[in-house]
Design a protein around this ligand. Structure first.
Ligand code: DAH
Length: 333
């Protein structure tokens, strides 16, 4: 082979390369063409090994020709590769682009049950006043639910709390007042607690009765407490919870575990009076029962209806709505 012949071969390879280049499509084709022209079995490799057959004087010139074709192919491949990569990227971005006119996806957001909201708010108000939150069992003994609260077996007041008995001595608690006894028996005064919880009574459901309902019990026992302190706490609480426009009425009542006893009614603007709690000074017999000295400490307590508070806040007239779990009702709170 001489220089002329090699020049001819280089021309042929270049022409073949031009055709292949024009037909190039995707990244796989690019790699295939690279191997075809520059690979071990490609024409350039063959021509490079043929250099030694040339007369020594022609080798430098021939080498230059081959190298420049090789460089050409390499740089064009690189350029083409970069362009292909960019096109791929652009297609990907176009496919990913956001349509800002699409309506958003609706994700339903849960919320707390209105009774839970009211309970948390009541807890918050009293915790800020320095009360601890206590709890007690929903299945109680006769002793805690009645006897220790100064309601003996044959006391007519028992009729007021129509109970679900489980056996001779166990029942579902009819109020949260038994927690007073449990707390006082486990601590020395001063005691300052509230206890929210479920209560159970054998009432037929109607607009104002539910066999399951919720109360918050409050108890404060310390040296020197009077009915005036009780009244102040209740007024302060009602003012914080309801805000302006609500009226409050404080009147006499009777409970075996308090002396004197009171009841509190609230009226929302334009609404009816609704009793929200029973209250009073803890009866000395109850203090003695838990081992406190009624000559040393006095205390007051109340039992507040959570449903009543919610009904007053939102003007709800039927207590059963709280338990039907109808989202049309619940989603309003
Ligand atoms: N436990 C009573 C009830 O459910 C309410 C009550 C009255 C609670 C007076 C008290 C209280 O703590 O002092 O009917």
């Amino acid at each position: 082979m001489d220089l002329k012949e090699l020049e001819g071969k280089v021309q042929e390879v270049r022409a073949a390369w031009e055709r292949a280049k024009a037909a190039l499509e995707g990244p796989e084709a690019l790699e295939e063409v690279r191997i075809r022209f520059l690979g071990r079995k490609g024409p350039l490799t063959r021509l490079f090994s043929a250099l030694k057959e040339l007369p020594p004087g022609a080798r430098a010139e021939a080498g230059r020709l081959l190298n420049s074709l090789k460089q050409e192919i390499l740089s064009e491949l690189e350029e083409k590769g970069a362009r292909l990569a960019q096109e791929t990227e652009e297609r990907k971005l176009a496919a990913e682009s956001y349509d800002l006119t699409l309506p958003g996806r609706w994700r339903p957001v849960g919320r707390l049950h209105p009774l839970t909201q009211v309970r948390l708010e009541i807890e918050d108000i009293f915790m800020r006043m320095g009360f601890d939150v206590a709890s007690g069992p929903e299945v109680e003994t006769d002793y805690y639910n009645f006897e220790a609260l100064n309601i003996p077996e044959d006391h007519p007041a028992r009729d007021e709390w129509d109970s679900f008995y489980i056996d001779d001595t166990h029942l579902l608690r009819t109020h949260t007042s038994p927690v007073q006894i449990r707390v006082m028996k486990s601590r020395r005064p001063p005691v300052r607690i509230i206890c929210p919880g479920r209560c159970f009574r054998r009432d037929n459901p109607d607009a104002t009765h539910s066999p399951v309902f919720h109360q918050v019990e409050l108890l404060w026992v310390e040296r020197g407490l009077t009915m005036a302190n009780l009244k102040w706490i209740i007024e302060e609480f009602v003012r914080k919870f309801f805000g302006p426009g609500y009226e409050m009425r404080f009147s006499a009542d009777f409970f075996p575990f308090t002396e004197p006893s009171a009841q509190v009614h609230i009226r929302r603007p334009g609404g009816k009076w609704l009793e929200i709690m029973g209250a009073g000074m803890v009866d000395p017999a109850v203090l003695s029962e838990v081992g406190y000295d009624p000559e040393e400490v006095t205390g007051f307590a109340f039992g507040l209806g959570i449903e009543r508070m919610a009904m007053l806040r939102w003007g709800i007239e039927d207590i059963r709505l709280f338990y039907q779990n109808d989202l049309r009702f619940l989603s309003q709170f």
